[in-house]
Design a protein around this ligand. Structure first.
Ligand SMILES: Cc1ncc(COP(=O)(O)O)c(C=O)c1O
Length: 394
């Protein structure tokens, strides 16, 4: 553990900034009550932090009304609210082959059980979806375009502004899955014509697990698909229509919101661009190092522009799982192998039938030494595989 090199930041960021741990601890000790339920001071102060974080996230996405920022458990939860609350029998939706199962499975479910028709636009060989391909799929009954902003497998950042413009011109609501991008790439809902952003707190926003949410632009409605306590207007028989209650159910994760608040504050203080710049510098270093290794197959775009710090690769002739096991067991390097919950990406890459790929996800606390160690370790594994030499770990 002490020597662990953590390169699985695509799954969750780790470690978090110290400020996140300390703020969560002190907040929960001092204010860990149920906000919005009662009028005593402690409850009001807890509610203040929830409101402050709504405002912070609204500003972060350049939304206009903090009440339209709804908290959820994670992005999967938010994406379910969107997909089940906006699509019904006879509707058509457009998505892509870049999607995570958090989008694919709710869409498959809507298709199988509720007769929603879905088109999945493939990404090009450069890793980007062509906005014109989305445009071509729009029909009279298209009710949603939903897209993964930054790929958790190949790292490409999609041209959301151009796609958003097409959607706005055609009066089709446009939602993005910002699980990998929020906190790394600036998301301006106004400028990018985005109607709904779904985010998760525990990745690049540097908060804890179990907190996420969505911002819904004014004029876009998501039907509530669950019902329950909201803490206000208890005599009302139906779940409340007004935001944020409309898409929030039961007691929220206040300690998660506190951690997310501290994570966002840390990002604001350090600056999102310098953090991204640092991660991309390491990503280029990794890409350059792996390129030199004979027998490494890289699945990444040439220029690494419009990219996040995610690189996937395979060692020719070896299963991804075995490479990951060696990296973990022999070199103390943690990364992710397999299909990364994005089976269509691997189908398109041709890697689905060979067990996916190895993914390295770089975070703000990674260093050049970590990357050097990863390149050396992979080089060792490649040598072993290519020349059947005894690697350093034996
Ligand atoms: C692109 C993408 N979408 C959705 C998710 C799901 O995030 P969560 O598990 O926090 O809901 C992930 C997580 O890996 C992701 O990478």
């Amino acid at each position: 553990m002490e020597n662990l090199i953590y390169l699985d930041n695509g799954a969750t960021s780790f470690p978090k900034p110290d400020e996140v741990y300390t703020f969560m601890d002190s907040f929960y000790r001092n204010f860990g009550v149920n906000p919005g339920r009662s009028g005593y001071d402690l409850c009001m102060e807890t509610g203040d932090l929830v409101d402050k974080t709504r405002k912070q996230l609204t500003d972060f996405f350049n939304g206009s009304d903090p009440n339209r920022l709804c908290f959820s458990h994670n992005s999967t939860d938010a994406l379910n609210l969107i997909i089940f609350g906006m699509l019904k029998q006879g509707d058509h939706a457009i998505s892509t082959t870049l999607e995570h199962n958090s989008v694919l499975r709710p869409l498959y479910h809507q298709n199988k059980f509720n007769g929603v028709e879905v088109d999945y636009v493939p990404f090009g060989t450069n890793g980007f979806v062509d906005p014109e391909d989305i445009k071509k799929k729009i029909k009279a009954n298209t009710r949603l375009v939903i897209l993964n902003h930054a790929s958790n497998v190949i790292g490409t950042v999609q041209p959301v502004e151009a796609i958003g413009r097409i959607c706005r011109d055609n009066n089709v609501p446009f939602a993005i899955d910002a699980s990998q991008s929020a906190g790394k790439i600036r998301i301006d809902m106004e400028k990018m014509y985005i109607d709904i952003v779904a985010f998760t707190g525990h990745k690049s926003l540097l908060g804890p697990t179990g907190i996420g949410g969505l911002y819904v632009r004014d004029g876009i409605e998501i039907q509530h698909t669950r019902a329950g306590g909201t803490g206000v207007r208890s005599a009302h028989r139906m779940h409340l229509e007004d935001y944020p209650y409309r898409l929030e159910y039961g007691t929220g994760n206040v300690v998660g919101i506190a951690g997310l608040h501290a994570g966002l504050k840390w990002i604001e203080e350090k600056g999102m661009d310098p953090i991204h710049h640092h991660e991309m510098k390491l990503t280029r270093m990794l890409r350059d190092g792996l390129r030199e290794l004979d027998g490494v197959i890289l699945y990444c775009q040439e220029e690494l522009t419009d990219h996040i710090g995610v690189i996937s690769f395979n060692v020719d002739g070896m299963e991804a799982l075995n490479v990951g096991t060696l990296l973990d067991g022999e070199y103390d390097i943690a990364c992710r192998t397999g299909l990364h919950c994005a089976p269509l990406v691997h189908e398109q890459l041709g890697t689905a039938k060979i067990g996916g790929a190895v993914r390295i996800g770089i975070g703000p606390f990674n260093t050049e030494d970590h990357i050097r160690a990863a390149i050396d370790a992979i080089g060792d594994i490649v040598d072993f595989q290519n020349k059947k030499q005894t690697p350093s770990f034996l």
